[in-house]
Design a protein around this ligand. Structure first.
Ligand code: F3S
Length: 69
């Protein structure tokens, strides 16, 4: 069975670079200050796993965690 992934943004680290939103718009939302949080409960829909890892590796603040469940 394929692993399930969740994304999580650490609000203390996020500085609003928005690369996550550009790379994986399905997985992240931006608030009115431009800071990101995970969409919904952070569950990564099937097929979007690569985008989750891409967003994590492209966040300059290392604010994104990808959790394997
Ligand atoms: Fe924040 Fe990193 Fe996205 S700084 S807006 S989580 S790219």
């Amino acid at each position: 069975m394929a692993e399930r992934l969740k994304v999580h943004v650490d609000p203390d680290k996020c500085q609003g670079h928005a690369r996550c939103k550009a790379l994986a718009p399905e997985l992240f939302e931006l608030d009115e200050y431009g800071n990101a949080h995970e969409a919904g409960d952070g569950t990564v829909p099937p097929g979007l796993e690569d985008k989750a890892w891409l967003a994590k590796s492209n966040c300059p603040e290392i604010a994104i965690d990808v959790i394997e469940e």
